[in-house]
Design a protein. Structure first.
Lengths: 140, 140
């Protein structure tokens, strides 16, 4: 139905971190453009957020299959950053907000990653016992 | 850091449903463009997926605050479809795959919604006891 239809989004902020990694273990800043600061009002009342970002350094080479555990797996069955639309999402815990800056833990994105959206984590997002195959290796 | 920087994505498929709603209760098809069918290989081994889509009928009017329970709340503290970047996400259970078609339950999107990405639901995405304020009303 939609062949070669584009849609475009505008960066609303970015990830700032001092370590040179995408580790989920460290506290990281998500800095929102000042024009959107009021969009964060009340977000402190949630414990967790979903950060949606542009994997801006991931260049998709057109391969829709990968190898996992010796077998071919489709890219949509992986969390690889190299995907047709390089959109990343991380569920993070919100430590605190300082004006237009969110201090979060759990983001799997490098310094400078542009942010597209922030959503509160909802009970709809929780799956108690998801089935995940043994060959799945998370964000790799 | 990023003021007025755009990024563009290409639709990879769309939502097909026969009811005229965005109800999470019904079985819904997610139809992926045939060029990406091989990207679904192995996805059946996951019980749940995250569907990322373009809320293509949501027109953002520039208001970054909403009223919830009589107080002002920022748009990023809501799941409103009217947001600076109208990106929607739903956690769904995967019922089955038929070639390039996924039959899912739990998507909060209307018929014809363009799909941007599909990711397997990972244990990282699970938060056991998220704190959600009483004024939060999910996708509304």
């Amino acid at each position: 139905m939609y062949e070669n239809v584009d849609c475009c989004f505008k960066y609303i902020g970015y990830v700032r971190r001092e370590d040179n990694s995408a580790s989920r273990d460290n506290l990281v800043k998500v800095i929102i453009n000042e024009e959107f600061e009021d969009g964060l009002i009340g977000i402190e009342e949630f414990s967790h957020l979903i950060i949606i970002y542009h994997l801006h350094q991931a260049t998709f080479d057109g391969r829709v299959k990968r190898v996992r555990d010796g077998k071919e797996i489709g890219v949509f069955a992986t969390r690889s950053q190299f995907r047709p639309n390089p959109i990343g999402i991380s569920v993070v815990s919100l430590i605190r907000r300082e004006g237009n800056v969110l201090i979060v833990k759990g983001i799997n994105a490098i310094d400078g990653t542009p942010v597209l959206d922030i959503k509160p984590y909802d009970t709809w997002d929780r799956v108690d016992s998801p089935k995940v195959p043994h060959w799945h290796n998370g964000g790799k």
